[in-house]
Design a protein around this ligand. Structure first.
Ligand code: HEC
Length: 142
């Protein structure tokens, strides 16, 4: 008999908990947030997730390791602006441009100034072949 009472009590509290959860869901949005804000947030999160996936993907590529070993990430990030522009932004800017690879190879080996802001990039210690590999990789990051 006692066991039954305990069991009934446990069941009751379980039901209460699940009801409360449902209520939260029914309300939908956390306090102070409009539906649009939540949708925007979800979209942003989806973008971030996509970026993260891309980041993982490119970490496995040889060009990422090369960029890493040449110290490019001291000033660049794939997704975020650091001292220099984010590589995804570079890829976007040069999307569809005919001589994009050439132009980036030149920037990497000879340096770049005034294209992204007031800080210049000095010539990087890479060979032409390495610069080409890096440029192609960066351009693929869109
Ligand atoms: C000391 C900081 C620093 C390092 C290290 C660095 N960069 Fe940069 N990079 C910059 C800055 C600052 C800019 C923006 C220059 C400008 O405004 O023209 C830039 C611009 C670029 C651009 C865009 C150039 C263009 O023509 O639009 C590419 C591509 C690039 N860097 C690739 C690299 C690669 C690859 C490496 C490694 C081999 C590297 N960077 C290392 C600071 C750096």
């Amino acid at each position: 008999m006692k066991a039954k009472v305990v069991l009934a009590g446990a069941l009751l509290s379980l039901m209460i908990v699940s009801c409360e959860k449902k209520e939260e869901k029914a309300q939908g949005t956390p306090k102070g947030e409009t539906k649009e804000a939540v949708v925007k947030k979800e979209e942003r999160q989806a973008e971030v997730d996509k970026g993260r996936e891309k980041g993982q993907e490119f970490k496995r590529s040889g060009a990422y390791a090369l960029a890493d070993s040449k110290g490019c990430f001291a000033c660049h990030d794939v997704q975020k602006k650091k001292v220099g522009p984010a590589y995804v932004e570079v890829a976007k800017k040069y999307a569809g441009k005919e001589n994009a690879v050439e132009e980036l190879v030149r920037s990497i080996t000879k340096g770049s100034m005034g294209k992204w802001g007031s800080i210049p990039m000095t010539p990087q210690p890479v060979t032409r072949e390495e610069a080409e590999k890096l440029a192609k990789w960066i351009l693929s990051l869109r």
